[in-house]
Write a protein that binds this ligand. Structure first.
Ligand SMILES: [Zn+2]
Length: 124
């Protein structure tokens, strides 16, 4: 599962951060703000699910995940349209994902990030 491997890395680095000196999590509300590229995951739902499985019985068990998915961008050479596409518009496994232009229907290249853009741990 794509999401699982990605989230494994994310959770691992967050847990390492919690081990750092001076990080006090006793009684704190933890929020994890994760920004990923649309081509890094198949779906936001699967990503959340993977997170919830991975944080079980860890210090992150009670944390809240805020997931921000960077949108896909389609650029059409035909009509000049440039805009974002909804989640799941292309298969993230495609090396050069293509989708029909929403304006003129021409098959056009889609770009998006394939990685984790940022991970932020907020303690209240
Ligand atoms: Zn077009």
């Amino acid at each position: 599962m794509h999401e699982y491997g990605l989230m494994e890395e994310v959770v691992k680095s967050l847990l390492a951060k919690l081990e750092e000196p001076g990080v006090e999590i006793e009684g704190a509300q933890m929020e994890v703000v994760l920004k990923v590229g649309a081509l890094a995951i198949h779906s936001a739902a699967a990503t959340r699910q993977a997170y919830e499985v991975l944080v079980q019985s860890t210090k992150l068990e009670k944390s809240r995940l805020t997931l921000i998915v960077e949108p896909l961008t389609l650029t059409c050479a035909g009509c000049g349209f440039q805009g974002s596409l909804p989640e799941g518009a292309v298969d993230p496994h495609e090396q050069l994902p293509l989708a029909p232009c929403p304006q003129c229907g021409a098959i056009s290249p889609v770009t998006g990030s394939r990685g984790v853009e940022s991970i932020e741990l907020v303690l209240d």
